[in-house]
Design a binder for this molecule. Structure first.
Ligand SMILES: Nc1ncnc2c1ncn2[C@@H]1O[C@H](COP(=O)(O)OP(=O)(O)OP(=O)(O)O)[C@@H](O)[C@H]1O
Ligand SMILES: [Mg+2]
Length: 324
């Protein structure tokens, strides 16, 4: 197997931290600047991409040395667009997502959300903008002592909504993910798929402008992966919300992405519609993904020989998660 093929399967993946809390409370790269809630120069907001990232950089420094996790990355996501970000384990996908709402502090670059310079915001500005950015993590990060309804309501209450509106919106979000009847359960009383759906409801309840998804199915039992993938696909189809999805599930990516971004060593190496990136890839990474996709399609052919369709089979084959 090629080196890239090996890394795609996560066999040499480096360990990755994950968490929902802000990494330190230090100021941002340009902290102190006023949270200028103005439209960027150059035209009306409607003509701009909803999310625009320019030259994003993040270096992790420790006693062991420096890791250039994100190396001058630029990307855009338009309103209503679903963009899927894929790349080998350790290439900087999670770091990129976490820099976008500054859960991880970038070392450089610009992040614009709907004309707001996220890279310049102070703490108050950041709190406000984070309500417009939904984040779904690999590990659900629900609060165990609270009910599902309380978990979903928490962010809404923090946003200052009235208790009645909080409950109405939290219940509506739970309905959207098929958990209306589970509102009073605690996370431990749900399956992994249901827990992730609750975490998705928590993000949706805030009616964010953009949803960031960091391997939302990677921690799930393979049998439960499909229910969450189907939910994400439905949200991508229905919702106005822009989505930036990190996943290793290549067939899913090919199905839902308006645009596919391939990332390696902290940079985007290829981007375009899935038909272009996976149909006629230009980069070695794109070619490796194409091979992976073709192998998946052969799996489908094997099922057909058994008289099965993928949907009729017991569950989907787990995609390489890159993280065990
Ligand atoms: N807090 C941290 N301190 C030091 N290095 C880190 C930290 N978080 C991530 N890294 C390193 O930064 C690089 C990018 O990590 P990141 O988690 O963004 O990768 P990833 O593409 O999300 O990988 P995966 O597919 O395995 O989740 C890796 O080399 C990783 O080891
Ligand atoms: Mg990651």
């Amino acid at each position: 197997m090629s080196e890239i093929g090996t890394r795609l399967l996560g066999l040499t993946g480096e360990s990755v931290r994950e968490g929902g809390s802000a990494e330190g409370s230090g100021p941002g790269p340009q902290a102190g600047a006023a949270p200028a809630l103005t439209v960027a120069a150059g035209g009306p907001a409607a003509a701009l991409p909803l999310l625009r990232v320019e030259g994003l950089r993040k270096v992790y420094r420790s006693a062991a040395g420096e890791v250039m996790a994100v190396d001058g990355l630029s990307l855009e996501v338009a309103r209503g667009e679903t963009v899927v970000l894929m790349g080998p384990s350790g290439c900087g996908k999670s770091t990129t997502l976490r820099c976008l709402n500054r859960l991880t502090e970038p070392d450089g670059g610009e992040i614009w959300l709907d004309g707001v310079p996220v890279h310049q915001l102070d703490e108050a500005g950041l709190r406000a903008i984070r309500r417009r950015i939904g984040f779904v993590f690999q590990h659900f990060q629900l609060i165990g002592r609270m009910t599902i309804l309380e978990n979903v309501a928490l962010g809404l209450a923090a946003a200052g909504l009235s208790p009645r509106l909080v409950e109405r919106r939290a219940r509506a979000a739970l309905s959207r993910v098929g958990l209306a009847d589970y509102a009073q359960r605690r996370p431990a009383e749900l399956s992994g798929g249901q827990r992730q759906r609750a975490a998705i409801a928590r993000a949706l309840a805030l009616e964010p402008d953009v949803m960031l998804w960091d391997e939302p199915t990677a921690a799930l039992d393979p049998v439960l992966v499909q229910e969450v993938l189907e939910l994400i696909a439905r949200l991508a189809r229905e919702a106005e919300t822009a989505m930036l999805v990190v996943t290793h599930e290549i067939t899913f990516a090919a199905r839902i992405a308006d645009r596919l971004l391939l990332m390696e060593h902290g940079r985007i190496v290829e981007s375009g519609p899935p038909a272009q990136v996976l149909g006629a890839p230009q980069s070695p990474l794109g070619q490796a993904y194409r091979q992976l996709l073709l192998a998946r399609l052969e799996d489908g052919a094997a099922l057909a020989r058994l008289g099965l369709t993928p949907a009729a089979a017991a569950g989907p084959v787990a995609e390489p998660s890159g993280e065990e």
